[in-house]
Design a protein around this ligand. Structure first.
Ligand SMILES: [Zn+2]
Length: 240
């Protein structure tokens, strides 16, 4: 195997590892609560609080109407059961009954509005509750899938590490240094495949003489455009 081929093989292992690592990172990022699930939970909490407030208002309105009705009953009884004899006082009671009835009528309107508000808040809460339940089901399913994929990616990374460890002893130390330096400088790609005399990393056509030298594989040939080592892609592999 030529020195370029050795580095090219190493490059493929590293490129694949880079991809798997990126995927592992995004899986880690996606594990745990998602933004939409948090939003659904917050929406349900807000709907529950609004429902609670509406129910409280309904209880208060209902209590007020009840109190006014009790007062009316007491006053009506006093008016007709003969316990009050004083005409002035009887007039005052009559007046109070008229006034209380007016107030109660207004409070009954409030009570109706409060009932309608409770119905509306209840419907909103039910919708938010259903949305959260649906979101949680979807989330659990996605978490399961992600965990399975994470296991698979970890296994692939382990296999790639083993492959790399097997390759390293066969590569000349200076070549390895060159490779690492280029990889760092060239966004992870030190060795580019050359297919149809085109550098697959930067897509530039390699001049005839340079392309010929690269195909012979006796020495390291670099792409005149991007500076990466060129490997004739006779195996059809592409370095992305
Ligand atoms: Zn290039």
């Amino acid at each position: 195997m030529s020195r370029t081929s050795q580095l090219f093989e190493l490059q493929q292992v590293d490129t694949e590892s880079d991809e798997r690592l990126r995927r592992a990172l995004s899986i880690n990022h996606a594990l745990g609560e998602t933004e939409s699930l948090r939003a659904a939970r917050a929406a349900r909490e807000a709907a529950a609080a609004a429902l609670g407030e509406a129910q409280k208002a309904l209880r208060a309105a209902s209590h007020e109407v009840e109190t006014l009705s009790e007062h009316l009953a007491t006053q009506s009884k006093r008016l007709y059961d003969g316990t009050v004899k004083n005409p002035k006082e009887l007039v005052a009671i009559e007046h109070d009954i008229v006034q209380t009835k007016q107030v109660r009528s207004a409070r009954e309107d409030t009570l109706l509005e409060a009932m309608e508000a409770v119905d509306a808040r209840q419907a909103e809460f039910d919708a938010a509750d259903r949305a959260l339940a649906l979101g949680e089901t979807e989330w659990e399913r996605s978490q399961e899938g992600l965990l399975e994929e994470k296991d698979a990616v970890d296994t692939q990374l382990k296999a790639l590490r083993v492959r790399r460890e097997k390759l390293i002893p066969g590569i000349d130390w200076a070549d390895l240094q060159l490779y690492e330096r280029l990889r760092k400088a060239k966004h992870g790609v030190a060795v580019a495949a050359m297919a149809n005399d085109i550098c697959q990393a930067c897509r530039v056509t390699i001049p005839g003489g340079t392309a010929r030298s690269a195909r012979q594989g006796h020495t390291f040939v670099t792409c005149p455009s991007c500076g990466r080592l060129l490997h004739p892609g006779e195996r059809g592999e592409m370095v992305r």
